[in-house]
Design a protein. Structure first.
Length: 238
C-alpha cells in the first residue's frame, strides 16, 4: 500500500488508496489503520492519508545512506559554504538514482530533487556520473529503456549518451546543462569506496546563465576526493 504514494500524489483518500493498491475498501481500511497505528501513515483532519514520520526515521537507518551521509556531510557543508549553491549527494539503485542528502541555498536556483527522491540516471549530473561508472550491462539496460525528455535539451539518443558517458569517465566529472530544468546546470563528480569502485556522486547545481562548469568542476572534485579518502580503508584498519 505504501507504494501507492508518489511525489505527484503525496496524499490519498481511502478509496484512492484501495484502488491504487488493488485491494478492497475494507482491506484498505484495515491495513491503513494498522499503518497509522505504527506511524507509517498519518491521517489528516481531511481524512486523507500521508506518509508518516516513522518511515523517515526507519529510512534514515539504511546502512548505505547512513554511513555515507555521516562521512560526506562535512565536505558537503564545505562545498556549500564556498558556493552557497545547491549541493547534492546521490547513490545508484538499479536503473535509478536516490538522493541521500541535499543542502539548498536560500537564493539558489530551484531544483526538482528532494532527499529520498528517485530520478532517472540519464539527465542529472549525479545520474550521468553513476551511469558512466556502472557495469556495462546496467548502462545498456538504462539506454535501452524509454528515456524521458525533461526539457528540449535532455539527451535521449543512446549513441549520444554513450559518447557523453565516455567523456564523463575521461574528464572525471559530468555536466548536465538544462537537461532537467532549463535554468539549472549541474556539475557532478564520482565518490569511490574502499575498493575504488564508484559508490556515490556529489554535485553542485547552479543557475545555467551564470555557470562556468570548468571553474566549478575542481570544487566538486575536491569534495568527492575528500569523501572518497574517508571511505577508503585506513592503515591498520578502522
Amino acid at each position: 500500500m505504501l507504494e501507492a504514494f508518489t511525489p505527484a500524489t503525496p496524499d490519498l483518500s481511502l478509496s484512492e488508496l484501495a484502488r491504487r493498491a488493488g485491494v478492497s475498501l475494507p482491506t484498505a481500511h484495515r491495513r491503513a489503520a494498522e499503518l497509522v497505528a505504527w506511524g507509517a501513515l498519518e491521517r489528516g483532519a481531511d481524512g486523507r492519508y500521508r506518509i508518516g514520520l516513522r518511515l523517515w526515521e526507519v529510512a534514515a537507518l539504511a546502512p548505505r545512506g547512513l554511513g555515507l551521509r555521516d562521512v560526506a556531510m562535512p565536505f558537503l557543508e564545505d562545498l556549500y559554504e564556498v558556493t552557497h549553491e545547491n549541493v547534492q549527494l546521490a547513490v545508484r539503485e538499479g536503473l535509478e538514482l536516490v538522493f541521500v542528502e541535499r543542502i539548498a541555498g536560500r537564493h539558489a536556483v530551484p531544483v526538482l530533487t528532494r532527499v529520498g527522491g528517485r530520478f532517472a540516471l540519464h539527465a542529472t549530473g549525479v545520474g550521468l556520473v553513476l551511469l558512466a561508472h556502472a557495469p556495462v550491462e546496467v548502462q545498456e539496460q538504462a539506454l535501452a529503456a524509454p528515456l524521458h525528455a525533461y526539457t528540449p535539451k535532455t539527451i535521449t539518443d543512446p549513441d549520444r549518451l554513450r559518447e557523453l558517458l565516455a567523456a564523463v569517465r575521461r574528464n572525471g566529472y559530468a555536466v548536465s546543462d538544462g537537461q532537467v530544468t532549463l535554468d539549472a546546470l549541474s556539475v557532478a563528480a564520482p565518490i569511490r569506496g574502499a575498493d575504488a569502485a564508484v559508490v556515490a556522486a556529489v554535485s553542485l547545481v547552479v543557475r545555467a546563465d551564470t555557470a562556468e562548469p570548468i571553474a566549478l568542476a575542481p570544487l566538486v572534485q575536491a569534495a568527492a576526493r575528500g569523501i572518497s579518502r574517508m571511505l577508503a580503508p585506513r592503515p591498520g584498519g578502522w
